[in-house]
Ligand binder design. Sequence first.
Ligand SMILES: Cc1cc2nc3c(=O)[nH]c(=O)nc-3n(C[C@H](O)[C@H](O)[C@H](O)COP(=O)(O)OP(=O)(O)OC[C@H]3O[C@@H](n4cnc5c(N)ncnc54)[C@H](O)[C@@H]3O)c2cc1C
Length: 524
Amino acid sequence: MAAHYDLFVIGGGINGCGIARDAAGRGLSVCLAEMGDLGGATSSASTKLFHGGLRYLEFFEFGLVRHALAEREVLLRAMPHISWPLRFVLPLSHEMRFDSTTPTSRLLGAIMPWLKGRRPDWLIRLGLFLYDHLGGRKILPGTKTLHLPDTPEGAALQDRFTKAYEYSDCWVEDARLVVLNARDAEARGARILTRTKVTAARRVGDRWQITLARGGVSEQVKARALVNAGGPWVADVVQGVIGQNSHETVRLVRGSHIVVPRVAGHDKAYFLQGRDGRIIFVIPYESDFTLIGTTDADHQGDARVARCTEAERDYLLAFANEYLKLPLSAADVVWSYSGVRPLYDDGATSATAATRDYVLSLDENGPVLLNIFGGKITTYRTLAEDAWDKLKPHFPGRRDHWTAGVALPGGDFPVDGVGLLIEDLRTRYPFLGQAWATRLIRAYGTEARKILGPAQTAADLGSDFGATLTEAELRWLMTREYARTAEDVVWRRSKLGLRLGPDQIAAIDAFMAAGVTCADRATR
Ligand SMILES: Cc1cc2nc3c(=O)[nH]c(=O)nc-3n(C[C@H](O)[C@H](O)[C@H](O)COP(=O)(O)OP(=O)(O)OC[C@H]3O[C@@H](n4cnc5c(N)ncnc54)[C@H](O)[C@@H]3O)c2cc1C
C-alpha cells in the first residue's frame, strides 16, 4: 500500500529542507525527495552569507533588506557552529561607478548630474546607517570608518585606497545548513529521501499521488499537500512533473566564484565596488584561502551543469586586481564553483536588477500545491514560516511558529561559545591539533564528541583518509548526514577537497561505495 503523508516536499535545497523541518515540528507527517544530494544545487553554491544585501538598498528593496537583516541574528543564535559574524571592509574609490539601472542612480543622476554615475561617500555612509538600523542588532557591531594606511586591512590593498567603511554581516556554511535542517526534520519524524526524483504528481480525489524514482525502483506515495521547492527546476516541476501550464517563471541567473590562496593577513572580508556598477566580495575562506565572487549572468540550459567560465574567472580576477596590491592570475585559482539563482521573473532588464525576494504561489484547485519561487539562504526560515501560513488552513489546530530560537543539531551552545567548545574538545581528546579540533567544532558543534566517542588516540578513529578526515567521521557522514559519494563529503559536508589529492578522494569513494552496513544504519 502507498505510504501516506500530510505534506510532500519536492527538492532538498535549503527551502525544501527548511519547510520540511518547520512542518515536521508542527506534527505533520512529511516526506521530502531530493533527486541528487541534499544541497547539491544552488544551496551549496552561494556566497555563504547571512546578509541583508547592502546593494539591494540601491534598488529600494527596503522590505527585503530589513527582513533579512533582522533574520541574521536569529539564525546566528540557532547555529553558532556553522555561522559566525564577519566584518566587511568597503574601500572608498571615486573611480568606481553605480549600476546605471538602479532607482538610486537614476534619482541621483537627475538631481546631481555632476556626480556622473559615481557613488558619493556620503551616500555609502547613509546606506550603511540604514543597514545598521533597519533590522536591529544586538550581537553584530555597527559601522566604523577605517584609515587604511598602516593597518592590516590596508596592507593587502593598493596604496591609493586610504579610507574605508567597515560593517557587519555573517558567514554561513550553506551546504551544512541544508543537511542540518534535513536531519532536524528527520529527528521530528520526516522521511528524507535523497537520490530520489519525483517523476510525476497528480491530483487524485483529495490526495496527491506522487511517483518517485530511486535507483531504478519506482514508488508511489500519497499526500494531502504538495510543496514544489525545486529551485532552478521549479517551473520544470510545474510543467513536467505536475503537468500544468503556468505563467509564472523563474529567471536563471548564474553566479560564479573562484578560490585562491589567502590574499590578506586578517579575518575580515572586502566588499569591492567595480567600474561597471557591480560589486564583488573577497572573503577569507577555509583558513588558508580566499573566496572571490560573484558574477551575474543569465543562464541557459540545465542548472546542474553551471560552471565558472574562463570569462567569468578573468572578470573576477581583473575586478579584484583593481584593489589588491599583489595581483592575482589564473594560475592562482585553485577551485571555482558556480550556482544558478532561481529568481522570480519580475521582468527586470538586467540579471543584477532581478528581485532577490521570494514569491509563494498557492494553488487550491483540489489538494493544495505551493510553488516556491526565488529566495535567499538568509530568508529560508521565514520563507518556511510564510509557507506554513499559506498551508495552515488545510491543517487546523497545529502549533504556532516555533523555529526562531530552536537550535539546529550541534548548535545548542551560546553564540560566543565556539572557543570554549574547541578548548574542551582538545582537553578530552589531546591528540587533536588546534586546526583539527576547530574544523570539527565548526562543522558539528556539540555533536563533535559523538563522532570521536571513546577514542584515546587518532588510530582509534579508524582509517586516515588525509587532511584529518577519519573513518569515524566518514561513517558519521554516511549514517547521519546522507552522504553517499566522496563529492558529497569533500565538496559539500566539508571543503576538504581543497586539501585532498585525487588518489585520496578516490580512496574515500571506494570506502563509501563498499556501502554502509545494516549494523551501521541500525545504530542511527
Ligand atoms: C552565486 C549565488 C550566490 C548566492 N549567495 C547568497 C548569499 O550569500 N546569501 C543568501 O542568502 N543567498 C544567496 N544566494 C541565494 C541562495 O543560494 C538561493 O536562494 C537558495 O540556495 C535557493 O534554495 P532552493 O532550495 O530554492 O534551491 P536549490 O538549492 O537549487 O534546491 C532545489 C532542489 O530541488 C531539487 N529538485 C528539482 N526537481 C526535482 C525533482 N523532480 N525531484 C526531486 N528533486 C528535485 C534539485 O535537485 C535541487 O537540489 C546565492 C545564490 C547564488 C546562485
